[in-house]
Design a protein. Structure first.
Length: 320
């Protein structure tokens, strides 16, 4: 474990009835990610490559999609690698404290998706990488998927811009406000959309409406667990956008008490999720199969993120 703060904290038990799983393709996917990131000059030094490899993005994707084929795991892992790089720019670089510049960057990315130009060389390296991944996604997309994904990306950018405005104003947001905007800045809805792409299912709007609360609960669990294990990283960076930090601030809690409270919130969400998924109505044999594959994807994201968080070098080991 890196650092000393988390070493002095006892991590409580987290309730999760979903079994762990891992794709057999992760070892083969990671070298492809390394090569892709290097060829596009996102990684330029051996030290940067070591940091990227320590993130184990093939593993989190392989845990979220344990039954997917090699190409599906590779597409999602490539997008994740690209998006984590963008997210780090929002969180840690000067761009994350300049809302107008960040908004302009996001608009350029959104326009690249709304008006794709396959094969055309892009000057902005972030746009170039996105355009390449987007073209691969679009070839596999079911009807209506592209627009839903773009809307999810717009939602994500709004969350990032809200955080940038807080940083620019040195504002500590209220906990309830943070919880609402964390669902956007987490980018989880993007990856929930990718479940349809991987599983090759096209769910009608009615199903998405019925599954909306499940997606919100799954988003909260992944984001909050991430906040717990990334607490030290964000504390060092001086970033207040973290559930543990804001619990401490709002309720004047010790670090251990704030971690314990965050775990209680996580466990309550998990029990709510388990109860709600058991009450999902049937829509007939053919559609039920597609719905269950989608819901399995949500569960795999929740459990997979937990397992990956203990093995990634991005936050340091969360458990010794």
């Amino acid at each position: 474990m890196r650092g000393h703060l988390l070493e002095s904290i006892h991590l409580p038990e987290f309730y999760c009835p979903f079994p762990p799983a891992l794709s057999p393709h992760v070892e083969a996917v990671q070298p492809h990610l390394n090569q892709w990131m290097q060829e596009r000059r996102y990684i330029r030094t051996d030290a940067a490559l070591r940091r990227f490899e320590a993130g184990r993005f093939a593993w989190v994707t392989g845990r979220a999609h344990p039954d997917a084929d090699f190409e599906s795991v590779l597409i999602v892992a490539t997008y994740m690698s690209w998006l984590f790089m963008v997210d780090d720019l929002c969180d840690e670089a000067a761009l994350g404290r300049e809302p107008e510049r960040l908004r302009a960057q996001h608009q350029e990315l959104i326009q690249a998706m709304r008006h794709p130009r396959p094969g055309q060389r892009e000057e902005n390296p972030l746009v170039a990488g996105l355009s390449e991944i987007w073209e691969r996604m679009r070839r596999r997309a079911p009807p209506g998927w592209e627009e839903r994904f773009i809307r999810s990306f717009e939602d994500y950018t709004q969350g990032c811009q809200w955080e940038a405005e807080n940083r620019a104003r040195h504002r500590i947001p209220p906990l309830a406000e943070y919880m609402e905007h964390r669902r956007r800045s987490s980018a989880l809805y993007l990856f929930f959309d990718l479940i349809e792409l991987v599983e090759q299912v096209s769910l009608p709007d009615q199903i998405h409406e019925q599954a909306h609360t499940l997606k919100v609960l799954a988003n909260d669990m992944v984001a909050w667990f991430n906040d717990i294990v990334s607490f030290e990283k964000e504390l060092r960076a001086g970033d207040v956008h973290n559930l543990v930090i804001l619990l401490q601030h709002e309720y004047r809690l010790s670090t251990q008490s704030a971690v314990d409270q965050a775990a209680r919130l996580f466990n309550a969400r998990m029990r709510e999720y388990v109860d709600l998924q058991q009450r999902m109505p049937s829509h007939g044999a053919e559609l039920d199969g597609a719905v269950q594959r989608y819901l399995m994807g949500l569960r795999s994201w929740v459990r997979g993120n937990m397992d990956w968080s203990y093995e990634t070098g991005r936050y340091g080991k969360a458990r010794t």
